[in-house]
Write a new protein. Structure first.
Length: 512
């Protein structure tokens, strides 16, 4: 059959019928139907814990379904499916948790177990492997070297390697579980280009994302899951933001204005930063933070935002400048920060701060050990109370504190990392990209929590690339560019576009 005839043939690329799944407990998927065509970009959406990753794991043979039928290119896939079988069929997947092998090069990861051999010899032809890998990289225009070692790459670059791995395996279905959550906007744009190219090549792309704008822009069809059930399949013409959200969470979200009013605080200064600099990262940073104020920090990825907040919390040193906290000189350091009532929610939460083999209670308890320990003894009751509080605050599912964190959905794991800080008695909370990977309903809950904390007098520094989020919840916004504060929005109205322009160095009056 020709490519064209294949694409038009009535046989679906992937067909799942009445899929049921439970992991030795409640049903995670119930009677789910799901279908994909060749050359289709299909988005799978739903709240954290809705069952998206589980459905994908079933298709890719990582876990087995309890019942239901599955067909790939018209051929049935048995219940005893496996990862290798899926690969052989031509199903490739890029997971939420990256799966590259450290200590090896990009080329080695791309050709793992399929390395080209020297003719007639059992040895790997390293030269050929590297040049094939480089060809693939260049064909898609990535800025990587075949010989780069994984450990030296940023998270975003590692993700591009994952994508290349899928492309290299000649798949006819490529599955991406939140591929853009750690990509910069340029890298995301590149990825969208790649996805469209895959589509042109007749490859089906199954796409999971909590970034709704992406879903609208990219998808040919959208399947919505809620609590393990398929609630709708929308065709291109039916894809409307409000409708998808309503289907996902079962209610409507308030309309939000696109113009936001900044306000100066007249409350006492909690933190004063003067001339803070760190060679190659940021320089000459001056600002004051007031009690109960939410100070947003905008800027492009790489503008020094994360570096700045890490230095303020005392994880990384700074070279010069000074900090005052509550009117006294303050030398940033992690132990002192914790004692002083700072909380810090870091950006790369997938790598930090979660212990998968320990329960939610244990994970929350460890961060709050100072609160739950009295005279050397840990209070189990207090620990459990804290866990319940975090679960309630962010609507973590399942709401059972004894569940191992490794068994939670990706978004619910994120909520644990955020939640274990929000329940502390804090004076100053620093959050770096707090809602990446978190569904739209839970985002709202988190914003309300930030607002409540601020009302109670807690000062918050919010680093965010999510412009609606930044403009909506900040009282005041600093924009960083190339390590310096290029603009402050402290009064009057501000739009997302204003912040984006400043981030890119475009200032009113043509100044740069
Ligand atoms: N290995 C496991 N053992 C037990 N329960 C699990 C396991 N993996 C997932 N679950 C449960 O299955 C449900 C669905 O999880 P899944 O990871 O499929 O959600 P998701 O839609 O991908 O969510 P997210 O947007 O947060 O990534 C959740 O309630 C989760 O706790
Ligand atoms: Mg998931």
């Amino acid at each position: 059959m020709s490519e064209k005839a294949l694409a038009d043939s009535p046989v679906a690329l992937l067909e799942c019928r009445r899929i049921n799944k439970s992991y030795n407990g409640p049903m995670v998927l119930s009677e789910v139907d799901f279908s994909m065509k060749r050359g289709e970009i299909h988005a799978l959406v739903g709240e954290n814990g809705a069952g998206k990753s589980t459905l994908i794991k079933i298709v890719t043979g990582v876990t087995n379904r309890n019942s239901g039928e599955m067909l790939f290119e018209g051929r049935p896939i048995g219940i005893e499916h496996s990862k290798t079988a899926a690969q052989v069929l031509g199903i490739a997947v890029i997971y939420q948790e990256l799966s590259l092998i450290h200590g090896m090069s990009v080329a080695q990861n791309l050709f793992l177990t399929r390395e080209p051999r020297l003719p007639g010899l059992p040895f790997i032809d390293i030269g050929k492997m590297n040049s094939l890998a480089q060809e693939l990289i260049d064909r898609y225009g990535f800025t990587l070297k075949a010989t780069d070692v994984i450990d030296s790459l940023s998270i975003a670059q590692r993700q591009t390697v994952e994508i290349l791995k899928a492309l290299n395996s000649k798949a006819s279905l490529v599955i991406m579980d939140e591929p853009t959550s750690s990509l910069t906007s340029t890298e995301s744009a590149q990825l969208f280009g790649i996805i469209k190219r895959l589509k042109e090549d007749g490859i089906g792309v199954l796409y999971i994302s909590h970034r709704m704008e992406e879903v609208y822009a990219l998808s040919d069809r959208v399947t919505v899951l809620r609590d393990g059930r398929k609630v709708a399949v929308l065709e291109k013409a039916e894809i409307h933001p409000e409708e998808i959200i309503r289907l996902m969470i079962g209610r409507k979200l308030d309309d939000r204005d696109s113009v936001h009013t900044m306000r100066k605080s007249d409350r006492e200064v909690v933190l004063e930063v003067k001339g803070l600099s760190s060679e190659g990262k940021f320089s000459g940073i001056d600002f004051q933070l007031h009690a109960g104020e939410i100070l947003g920090i905008g800027g492009l990825v790489g503008s020094g935002r994360t570096e700045l907040v890490r230095a303020l919390y005392g994880i990384d040193p700074h070279d010069s400048g000074s900090v005052e906290y509550l009117g006294k000189p303050w030398e940033p350091g992690v132990a002192g920060s914790i004692r002083g009532g700072f909380g810090f929610i870091p950006e790369e939460r997938r790598l930090q701060g979660i212990m998968g083999l320990i329960s939610m209670t244990g994970n929350i308890g460890i961060t709050n050990i100072d609160v739950i320990r009295k005279m050397g003894f840990v209070s189990d009751r207090k620990e459990l109370d804290l866990a319940r509080k975090a679960i309630g605050l962010l609507n973590i599912k399942p709401a059972d504190p004894s569940v191992l964190v490794g068994n939670l959905s990706g978004g619910n794991q994120q909520k644990i990392v955020v939640g274990k800080w929000l329940i502390r008695d804090l004076k100053l909370l620093i959050v770096d990209e707090p809602t990446v990977g978190i569904d739209i309903g839970a985002k709202e809950e988190m914003y309300q929590t930030f607002a409540r904390l601020a009302e109670a007098g807690v000062s918050i520094i919010l680093v965010s690339s999510d412009l609606p989020e930044l403009t909506r919840i900040s009282h005041r916004i600093l924009v960083l560019r190339k390590g310096r504060i290029i603009k402050e929005f402290s009064e009057g109205q501000v739009t997302e576009e204003d912040v984006l322009k400043a981030s890119s160095g475009i200032l009113p009056g043509g100044a740069k």
